[in-house]
Design a protein around this ligand. Structure first.
Ligand code: SF4
Ligand code: SF4
Length: 503
């Protein structure tokens, strides 16, 4: 089934606004940076109250148990329900509600999902016989994570594998395989929790946690010290070490040094263990962290590049032209059936194209810079500008799934519709004028947000690198601004194209 895309006139209007923004980004003077004056984080009494509420044992436990219940429902429906994906709770809830809505949730809640993640809840229970508090019944070996795994390369590999299963193998249309994947993730999480100290799976291996972790650098909320001075004087470090009642930080973060959301799972252990109640949710400007606080590493830069390429791939694979290219390539390879080799080659090509284009833009920028900045440093530092490009399109694309792909029949019939209901089964298909305009307004907003944030990050990062440059305009940013414009135009074009529904 095909869906019409965003009207071309909307995309043209957006392109014109973005072109003007790009011209401004190049011609305007770069911002003058000062660490203290540019950081804005507010924790009002209301935010502190909300933090206490959200970290209450009762609420957390209830939400965790609800997620565990839904997780088992997905497995049972996937294994024993109808193989029709549009009628089975396993595929509808996993891919159309959770996976599509997860990225949207980051915009409001940061990495809040991880606080109630059922894989972690069940694995923690199996390895500690306790869900929330500290436990003496641990069956963990608490081994140190080998140095070679202490990066996001494992999570990047897992993300590629997940995308391959989702877009290549078509697991989204297979309730049984969806249930098996959910169980496989649980086995890997439990094994990691049992072997390694803290929660190595969440920090190094989980593709879901790392994706929302990086995206949450753009989020307007973060857990931070209420008074940084109190943290700097603290010697007991309960947030890091835990207390008698509360587990230590699962990803080994020390609140007084915390500048990035990437590895925070929002578990609120630190809120509950801090003896001075000095940790709260704080409001901050969108993308502040990606602009000035985050200090990237090589592996993290590649993870962000992969996020951008995979977000594009989600749109590309829903287009008829992708199907035609895949068929042609697979015929040339002599492949039939699931066409997995052909898909793998196209996936690798998309990744390589995005990375090469970005590398080329960095190389030209390096030549234009008056200061001598190494290619690697520029490549890593500027990767943050790709985050909002990926995030804005990822949300805009996922809204299509959330808006159009739910039949909701699975709510009443999680295992599938009764046979007699099948002939009359119909999917609710909104048409332009009966709600579609709302979808396009939201998509346009997120696309503008992504592009605008990307330029802001680019200018802030450039200002930091060129702090001694007397020429403080952004002329040298032209290649990267063009790169951002090119990617966004491609994304907008994808949004205007008719899309094939997954099921
Ligand atoms: S990092 Fe992964 S396993 Fe850990 S809590 Fe988040 S989603 Fe769950
Ligand atoms: S800093 Fe650590 S303990 Fe605090 S919410 Fe984040 S992951 Fe949990």
């Amino acid at each position: 089934m095909m869906h019409a895309g965003m009207p071309l006139s909307w995309a043209e209007g957006l392109c014109c606004s973005m072109l003007l923004m790009a011209i401004w980004a190049i011609l305007a003077r770069l911002p003058v940076l000062s660490e203290a004056s540019n950081r804005v984080e507010n924790s009002s009494p209301l935010a502190i109250w909300i933090t206490r509420l959200l970290s209450s044992q009762l609420l957390l436990l209830s939400l965790k148990l609800l997620m565990v219940g839904l997780f088992f429902l997905v497995i049972i429906c996937g294994l024993y329900g109808t193989p029709l994906p549009q009628q089975n709770l396993a595929t509808e809830l996993t891919w159309n509600i959770w996976w599509a809505g997860l990225i949207v949730s980051v915009f409001f809640l940061g990495s809040g999902w991880c606080a109630i993640c059922p894989w972690d809840t069940i694995a923690s229970y199996l390895t500690r016989l306790n869900i929330l508090g500290a436990s003496d019944n641990s069956t963990r070996l608490n081994l140190a994570v080998p140095g070679v795994l202490r990066s996001v390369w494992p999570a990047l590999l897992m993300l590629l594998l997940l995308s391959w299963l989702e877009l290549g193998y078509g697991i989204t249309a297979d309730p049984y395989a969806t249930a098996l994947l959910a169980m496989l993730m649980l086995i890997i999480t439990t094994t990691s929790h049992a072997l390694f100290e803290r929660k190595a799976f969440c920090r190094y291996f989980c593709p879901v946690g790392r994706t929302i972790g990086f995206y949450s650098q753009l989020a307007p909320v973060a857990l931070r010290p209420v008074d940084p001075q109190v943290c700097s004087r603290c010697e007991t470090l309960e947030c890091y070490r835990g207390s008698e009642q509360v587990e230590p930080c699962p990803t080994g973060l020390l609140m007084k040094n915390l500048k990035e959301n990437s590895y925070c799972t929002s578990c609120t252990n630190c809120v509950r263990s801090c003896p001075t109640a000095n940790i709260s949710w704080k409001l901050r400007p969108l993308s502040q962290e990606a602009r000035q606080d985050a200090r990237p590493r090589h592996d993290e830069a590649w993870f962000v590049i992969a996020l951008l390429a995979l977000a594009l791939l989600h749109g590309l694979t829903m287009m008829p032209i992708w199907e035609q290219q895949l068929q042609q390539l697979s015929a040339w390879l002599g492949e039939s059936g699931l066409l997995l080799w052909g898909f793998t080659i196209l996936l690798a090509t998309t990744l390589l194209l995005v990375a090469s284009l970005y590398a080329a833009a960095i190389a030209v920028t390096m030549k234009l810079c008056r200061q001598r900045i190494g290619f690697k440093k520029l490549f890593i530092d500027m990767a943050f500008m790709l985050l909002p490009l990926a995030f804005g399109y990822h949300i805009a694309h996922n809204l299509t799934h959330l808006w159009r792909e739910n039949s909701w029949s699975w709510l009443l019939h999680p295992f599938g519709l009764p046979t007699q209901a099948l002939p009359s089964m119909s999917r609710v298909m909104p048409t332009m004028g009966s709600g579609e305009a709302g979808l396009f307004i939201l998509q346009s907003g997120f696309m503008l947000f992504g592009f605008c944030m990307s330029l802001l990050i680019l200018r802030h990062r450039a200002a930091r690198l060129a702090s001694h440059d007397s020429n403080r305009r952004g002329f040298s940013l032209l290649p990267l601004a063009l790169f951002a414009l090119l990617i966004t135009i491609l994304q907008l074009w994808l949004l205007t194209q008719p899309m094939m529904m997954r099921f």
